[in-house]
Design a protein around this ligand. Structure first.
Ligand code: HEM
Length: 420
């Protein structure tokens, strides 16, 4: 990459990357990140990050990192080798280091095997009537609000409610706790952002304690009254496997239940909001899908490709390696940019056009050993919601473009005002 410039030692490329990152995090960048992803990709498939790692922008290179055996997730052992203790030793960051997404083999393999295919065909069939029912009730609430006030916030009324109801139904979390869990999740997520500030880390630390309290109590109650449910099944599995080590089993169970819950919430809510916005934004698109509901799944996949709920994921090199021609030393971080990859014109032609019939490919659920465990549930929720919405609200329209939280990693739509 290019040389040092003459005004303070920062290379022009580094400055260009910093500028893109700043704009990606801004409200404007969140509402339209495509030109910024394009700008980064124009710098190369593998672009140096200002803090020493790399951004991976091209589809093939991202796919290679996600699926390759020579790439690891940055686990606790890696974090302990860092020289920036404040960033990596922050309580909320360390807590996340024990979750499935931050484990490497063999611990990751054992935990993932214990879960099996969480949402196989039979489980989805069992969950479907409950999800239909949640959607019906949420759309009743939307209807009521639209009649009473003439407008409603789709995010608060529907998108954020459905995922917590779905996961609550599956794991047995009573409705009275849903608002609390949503609130903790929104606050905890700062620690998983790319460059959290000190005050964001403090907010996350507090939320982490609350998460621990909630899920420890949930497990204690379930142990006291085990049943035929998913969580009781996990408890039986880990108690048998870790015979005599109840404390270790409880730790594993806490991290699994807590992480799977929080992994399911903002991600799915963002998918629901984004999909509805992308359809409503163009009335012809909305009306076409009303006439062709057999393409609802295609519309969901195109929304996943077009605007992924998670923008970025991180891996580290297991050994010295070369990625898209760029030598990368062992332990160096690379940030996979899902959105940039999904909009790589070498993979998806005319990538910035939202085309329901595109049959494109995306990396939105990741890839390889860490591929998202909840993809089928997220799709089921989106399919159920869109199918009912198209039938019940043919004249739905947006009042304004959605608003977003200023995030780099976890995209969050904060509001989408609609009317009829
Ligand atoms: C649209 C919604 C969702 C999106 C976009 C999404 C995306 C992702 C991504 C990108 C990863 C990381 C994959 C990688 O590192 O290669 C992931 C992992 C994961 N997701 Fe999802 N997710 C969604 C919904 C869900 C739901 C509903 C659940 C649970 C019910 C869930 C549970 C998980 C878990 C447990 C992991 C960690 C897997 C592992 O590390 O082995 N996700 N997800």
């Amino acid at each position: 990459m290019t040389a040092v410039d003459d005004s303070g030692g920062i290379s022009s490329d580094r400055r260009a990357v910093i500028s893109v990152l700043r704009r990606l995090r801004s409200l404007e960048g969140q509402s339209n990140p495509h030109p910024l992803w394009e700008e980064l990709r124009s710098m190369g498939d593998v672009v140096p990050a200002p803090w020493g790692g790399y951004f991976v922008t091209g589809f093939e290179a991202c796919s290679q990192v996600l699926r390759g055996r020579n790439w690891l997730v940055p686990d606790i052992a890696w974090q302990e080798r860092r020289l920036d203790p404040e960033r990596w030793q922050a309580p909320a960051t360390r807590e996340m280091s024990h979750t499935l997404a931050r484990l490497n083999a063999p611990t990751h393999t054992a935990q993932r095997r214990s879960l099996g295919n969480l949402f196989d065909r039979q489980t989805l069939e069992e969950l479907q009537p409950g999800i239909e029912d949640h959607v019906t009730r949420l759309l009743d609430a939307l209807d009521e609000r639209l009649r009473a006030q003439g407008e409603a916030d789709f995010v608060a009324t529907v998108s954020e409610q459905l995922p917590i109801r779905a996961i609550g139904q599956w794991l047995g979390i009573a409705e009275e706790h849903h608002a609390h869990i949503l609130d903790i999740t929104h606050r905890q997520v700062h620690a998983q952002e790319l460059l959290p500030t000190r005050s964001e880390l403090a907010i996350s630390a507090e939320a982490t304690v609350q998460l621990r309290t909630f899920f420890t109590e949930l497990l204690r109650e379930r142990r006291a009254r085990p049943g035929d449910d998913v969580l009781s099944g996990w408890i039986r599995h880990w108690d048998t496997r870790l015979d005599d080590e109840r404390e270790v089993a409880d730790r594993v169970l806490y991290y699994l239940a807590m992480f799977i819950t929080i992994a399911s919430l903002e991600t799915t809510a963002t998918l629901l909001s984004v999909a509805v916005w992308l359809l409503l934004e163009d009335p012809d698109r909305w009306n076409w899908l009303r006439r062709h509901p057999e393409h609802v799944d295609d519309a969901i996949d195109e929304a996943l490709r077009y605007d992924p709920p998670i923008h970025l994921n991180t891996r580290v090199a297991a050994d010295d390696t070369v990625l898209a021609g760029v030598p990368i030393a062992k332990d160096v971080m690379v940030h996979v940019l899902y959105g940039a990859a999904n909009h790589d014109p070498r993979r998806n032609e005319n990538p910035h056009s939202f085309d329901i019939l595109r049959n494109g490919t995306h990396l939105t659920f990741g890839g390889g050993a860490h591929y998202c465990l909840g993809a089928a549930l997220a799709r089921l929720e989106a399919r159920t919601l869109l199918t009912q919405l198209l039938k019940r609200f043919p004249a739905l329209k947006p009042l304004a473009a959605p608003t977003y939280a200023p995030r780099m990693v976890f995209r969050r739509v904060t509001s989408l005002k609609v009317t009829t």
